[in-house]
Design a protein around this ligand. Structure first.
Ligand code: AMP
Length: 378
């Protein structure tokens, strides 16, 4: 019986259909630039109905990627009315992300009343981050009242690639394995993981903090926001600041050209100064985080590059680690160049930290979590 994995974003709906026992992918699909959400969901279900011999009603369970699970959801959950209430309460903290997740859950629940639905949260992997890392230095009562803390995101991806790296290091279950995972896609984040537990990550209260991203600024002096809203700084409105920091900054803003690393690498090779600046700020910030995480972990056994940039750009991998040799991060440039789509180790001679490129697979991770929940139910 098939298992459906849904990733309902604000402007796209991705889905993957798995064969329950073999884990084989039966079908993958995506609806891009979604404007009529219910219309797109209708279309997906109609496609599934044609595709599956037993129609869409043969689907046994649906796994949903849910972006924000707050403090409450530390693990995947079978969805019931209490879980839905919790997901709704976190929509205030993730207004762009949780509402489309909720629509996907409601729609699937309607169409498949007999199927079990499971929520897998992007924040769960980070829910054990210790107080020194999840607290901002704000008045503690205020932070508590307004639920302000580091939540972290991309958790499903960090957890997946961490699991793969731990397998390669052959120390599954070793409670001391120290791994730094770098998810570098359109959104970028990095995590420090010890013994399978995430102890810090760069995204925070929202996915805006941390690394330089395609169009997001990442770390910023918060006083800049106040300044931009003052007459001296242009007098921007709330919405304008939000748009600036989320949609016009990062690689796009720095380069004045593009948010896509492929375009920037090509432009840099033609002497484009903006592209060169954007890429150097990107790798510099990433280097700082890797150095910091090496410090808080007390060393590192492995480092993983994943997602669009991490999996596909030997230049970015090499430039990021270029000054980190003294800490034991040494790349074999030949192996680095030769990576072509699959999992690869690119550690150079004398390296103390094993360096991997591991394609992320959030949907497969969600499928596995659904299976675990189904097993618990039987
Ligand atoms: P993702 O969000 O994981 O799909 O990653 C998307 C980003 O990956 C794109 O915006 C590009 O910046 C980057 N990317 C994809 N392919 C390549 C490539 N061959 N070289 C460099 N960057 C790439």
């Amino acid at each position: 019986m098939p298992i459906l994995v849904f990733n309902c974003g604000s402007s796209s709906i991705k889905y993957t259909l798995y064969e329950k026992t073999s884990g084989e992918v039966i079908h993958r699909g995506v609806e891009q630039r979604v404007t009529d959400y219910n219309g797109s969901l209708e279309k997906i279900f109609s496609d599934l109905d044609t595709l599956l011999t037993g129609g869409f009603s043969s689907i046994e369970a649906v796994g949903h990627r849910v972006v924000h699970g707050g403090r409450r959801f530390r693990h995947p959950h079978l969805i019931d009315s209490h879980v839905m209430k919790g997901i709704r309460s976190y929509a205030e903290l993730a207004p762009l992300h949780n509402p489309p997740n909720i629509r996907g859950i409601e729609f699937a629940g309607h169409r498949l009343p007999g199927a079990r639905q499971v929520a897998v949260f992007d924040t769960s992997f980070h829910s054990g981050i210790p107080p020194e890392a999840h607290n901002y230095a704000l008045p503690v009562e205020m932070a508590k009242e307004y639920r302000i803390r580091r939540y972290g995101f991309h958790g499903i991806s960090h957890q997946y690639v961490h699991g793969r790296a731990a397998g390669f290091c052959d120390v599954n279950g070793n409670d001391e394995l120290k791994v730094i995972t770098c998810h570098l896609g359109n959104g970028c984040s990095i995590a420090a993981v010890r013994g399978g537990l995430c102890i810090d990550t760069s995204m925070g209260f929202t996915p805006l903090e941390g690394l330089v991203m395609g169009t997001r600024c990442g770390d910023l002096d918060p006083a800049i926001i106040h300044y931009l809203m003052s007459p001296a700084g242009g007098g921007l409105t709330d919405d304008q600041v939000h748009d600036l920091l989320n949609c016009e900054s990062g690689l796009k803003g720095l380069s004045g050209l593009s948010s896509d690393v492929r375009d920037l690498l090509a432009a840099r090779s033609q002497g484009h100064e903006g592209a060169a600046l954007a890429l150097s700020v990107f790798t510099y910030r990433l280097k700082k985080y890797i150095g910091a995480y090496h410090g808080i972990l007390g060393g590192a056994d492995a480092l993983v590059f994943t997602a669009g940039i991490g999996e596909n750009s030997p230049e970015i991998r090499s430039e990021t680690l270029s000054s980190l040799q003294p800490l034991g991060f040494i790349i074999d440039e030949g192996l680095n160049e030769a990576v072509s789509g699959g999992e690869a180790e690119i550690t150079g001679e004398g390296g103390k930290v094993r360096i991997f490129v591991i394609p992320t697979d959030e949907d497969f991770m969600i499928y596995q979590e659904v299976l675990k929940i189904l097993e618990l139910q039987t």
